[in-house]
Design a protein around this ligand. Structure first.
Ligand SMILES: [Zn+2]
Length: 109
């Protein structure tokens, strides 16, 4: 399975984070990619110093086409510290791959 190996093996380069969500309504999974250097906005603290970074990302699954909105916050080292997904929930890369392998059986938990 070429695509699976690519999913797990090929994306360890630091600037890009793969991000996976499952739609709350239909259970479809979506993968999106965030460039940690180009896509993030700076978040400042009270003293106008850099507190961290954040991004709001909209994505849509290919089953019910409902828009999901993710808001991710990162610290100054661009490590993920909090996440919220409206309309869906965050899943792991493994859960995403499993759901893509059996798209019809894994519609809900
Ligand atoms: Zn959906």
């Amino acid at each position: 399975m070429q695509w699976l190996r690519r999913l797990f093996g090929g994306h360890s380069e630091p600037p890009v984070m793969l991000f996976h969500v499952r739609c709350n309504r239909c259970g479809a999974v979506v993968q999106t990619r965030i460039n940690l250097y180009n896509d993030l906005s700076v978040e400042y603290d009270d003293r106008e110093e850099i507190a961290g970074y954040w991004i709001r990302k909209e994505m849509m699954d290919d089953r019910c086409f409902r828009l999901m909105t993710a808001e991710l916050h990162f610290d100054r080292q661009r490590r993920l510290i909090s996440q919220e997904v409206i309309g869906g929930q965050m899943i792991t890369a493994e859960e995403y791959a499993a759901a893509r392998q059996a798209p019809n059986e894994r519609a809900s938990n």
